[in-house]
Design a protein around this ligand. Structure first.
Ligand code: GRF
Length: 194
């Protein structure tokens, strides 16, 4: 925890694997007056992740870590997170499951955003599955991370209506828009309740 502007701000690392639109929104919100956090580090398992560009744009440290050997990768990660004094990890489109050992060793808050109304539709291809099952609503969920996929305690959710003619890509787009609003709100909520 560092003191900035008279407010306690937590040091956050965002883990990505791809586009990083949630990362970008978390960064943008971090500049707001009522934000309780700063983004200090971007981690990616994918050297080609587009989201890594936000490191340059916003002058945030980045590290790419090869996850082929997960034990080794997590060991390196723990060292980096300790060095950077990271309090909170936000997973944002990070396509790896962290081990129980990593969660224990990090010993801080880890949260994730998932594009469905958990506990429904864990895992991949949520939008297509929702549409095929003729669900009326989907949405997004921010939750704590445990060693089981998309299964930790729910922090906040936002419902999104599914229209009869929706294609998965259209639904994904509407949900992503809500993710961008929900994630910073949920992160701030977690930090305010500490
Ligand atoms: C989001 O839909 C998120 O919920 C899911 O992966 C996607 C990542 O998008 N876990 P982005 O990289 O933040 O644009």
């Amino acid at each position: 925890m560092i003191k900035l502007d008279g407010l306690d701000k937590s040091n956050v690392a965002v883990f990505i694997s791809g586009k990083g639109s949630n990362l970008k929104n978390l960064i943008k919100f971090s500049f707001k007056k009522n934000s309780r956090y700063s983004i200090n580090l971007i981690i990616s398992n994918n050297l080609k992740a587009k989201g890594l560009n936000y490191s340059k744009i916003y002058k945030i440290k980045k590290k790419t870590i090869d996850f082929k050997n997960i034990r080794k990768a997590e060991k390196i990660l723990i060292k980096i997170l300790k060095k950077e004094k990271i309090d909170v990890i936000c997973l944002a489109g990070f396509m790896r499951i962290l081990t129980k050992k990593f969660i224990k060793d990090f010993n801080g808050i880890i949260i994730n955003i998932h594009p469905s109304l958990l506990p429904k539709y864990k895992g991949l291809d949520t939008h297509i599955r929702c549409i095929n099952n003729k669900e009326k609503y989907s949405g997004c969920t921010v939750h704590y991370v445990n060693a089981k996929l998309d299964s930790g305690k729910i922090i906040m959710q936002k419902k999104v209506k599914i229209y009869k003619k929706d294609k998965p890509s259209q639904l994904a787009k509407r949900i992503l828009k809500q993710e961008h609003l929900l994630y910073p709100k949920a992160l701030n909520k977690v930090l305010t309740s500490l």
